[in-house]
Every structure is written in structure tokens, then in C-alpha cells.
Design a binder for this molecule. Sequence first.
Ligand code: F6P
Length: 318
Amino acid sequence: MDLALVTSGGDAPGMNAAIRAFVRQGLLGQHRIWGILRGLEGIVRAVRQELKTESVADIIMTGGTMLHTSRFVDFHNAATQETAVKQLREWGLDGLAVLGGNGSLRAAHAMSQAGFPVVGIPSSIDNDIYGTDDSIGYDTAVNNITQSIDKMRDTASSHERIFVVEVMGNRSGALAIGSGLAAGAEAIVVPERPVNAELIADRLRTTHARGKKHSFIVVAEGAARAERLANELSMMTGFEVRWVVLGHTQRGGPPSAKDRWLGSLLGSAAISFLENGSHGLMVGVRSDAVRGISLEEVARNEKPPQYSWLELAEQLAL
Ligand code: F6P
């Protein structure tokens, strides 16, 4: 078979491990493997390269994506989707794997509905994809954030300050919750729940009256801006509050071992699915086992954040 893969949307650490697995598993199955460059736009612009075993040497430990990526909003248009499917057919491809987050998986679903064999691989630091416990990149990003907060803790403790740390997650609080629990944050603010600055201020007053000298509030970018929340809390409590926006430092750097495992498992599973004629699916993990779930179900549903973790983090930090 002639099989291709494309990375789309925001890059995620561990994508390269998945590319390596897809290429090498595909070559083991005697297939020809193609990498489409610069995301879904690369399909429409017809840019691809053949990948051999040496093409993916020494990438398992690197972040980003060797195939490059882009946010291609034009793919929402039916006409662009048609052009893409036409191009995939012109290339004579028998199947495509799409690595990306929710937007990319919706695009994968559209191509699959148009009759092209597509398998999705959940890859997003947001971990907000329905049907899989984990998405590639989340574990690394949580570790990156946790390490940054650990470093800030030295200053927070020395100066007896409060820090508001803004993390990524426009529509999802998963990153804020995972890192907030790991870093021992006093409060976590997520887009799925309205911000209540007064409640946070109350908590700070109570805990500091009991002897706490410093605190961390982790806020997802989609819930509130760190600067504004920090100013509000400073005015409400009179404490010294600093704010930090971690930005793209969260998404870069070497993938964690967990993201390398996940990339290896899912990249390899995508080949098995395409070989067996199973498509229109996303390969995900549930309780450590790889399983397929229809792209339609993925596109139709939202993954709720772990509210119980949020509550636990706040209880434990009191
Ligand atoms: O989807 C991953 C993500 O990192 C989000 O958490 C964030 O809102 C967005 O991408 C940022 O995208 P960009 O790098 O295109 O600004």
C-alpha cells in the first residue's frame, strides 16, 4: 500500500515518535510511506516526501514535528476538503494518518466522510479529545509547567508572594488541572467554570491568616488573563501578587518517556488499522490499551475535564 501521514494544528511533543513508529511499522509491512509537509495545507498544495527508515532516525527524543505543521482554517470549507481528497487520490494513496487535536480530527472525519481511508492520532497538549485517556504531548506539557512552577516557588517562598501562572488551554482546563495538581497549586481556574476572583481571594486570606507564606494560582488562558487576575487579587487582598504567562515554553522540548511510548504505540497502531482496512477511526488509549473509536464519535463529543482532580488539588493545598 501507499500510506501517508500529516501533522496538523499545534505541534505536540511526541509527534516525532509517532511519525517514526508509523514510518518504520509501515516499512516493515512492505508499504511505501509518504510524509505530507506543513499540515493539511500541504495536501492542498501537494507537498510530500517519501520517508525511509533513515528519514526518521534520531527524532524520537525531539519535540515539534519533523513534517512541520500549520493552522489551516480554510479546511473548514467543503471545496477545500474536496480539493484535498482529490489530491490524495491523485497521489494514488491508499490511506492517510492525521496527527492533531480536535480541529485536525474533524478535518480527518470530513475526508473520511468523503470516502478516503483516514485514521486519526490524538496529538495535542490540551488533552481534550473525546475517546482517549491521553493525547500525545499532554504529559510533556504538564511536566514542563510543573518544572516551571517548581522554579518559581523559590522566589514565591523567599519573597512571600503569590503567583498567578497562565497556562495554555483555550477551551480546556486539562493542562491547568494536571499541572496544578502536580505543582501543589492553591487554586486552579479553568474555562469550563466561570472565574470567581472573590472566592480565590477569600481562600488566600484564610490560608495566609493560618500561616501560609506563598501561593500559586494556575489559570488556563481561556478562563482569564493572568495579569488581570493578579491585579484583581492584589487589590482584593493587599498581598504582593506576580503573574507569569508560560506561553510556548510549555509545548516545546524533549518529549517525556510517556509521550514517546504513546507516540510509538499509536503510530504503529495506525498502520495496523489501515492495513486491516479499518478506517474512519481514531486510535486512542483506554486504560493503557490501544483502541479505535469512530472519528464521528470523536467529532460529536466533548471530553469533560477532571473536575475531581481540580477539587482534590484545592483540598490538598489548603
Ligand atoms: O491546541 C494546542 C494549543 O497549545 C492551545 O493550548 C493553545 O491555545 C493554542 O495551541 C496556541 O496556538 P498557537 O501556537 O497557534 O498560538
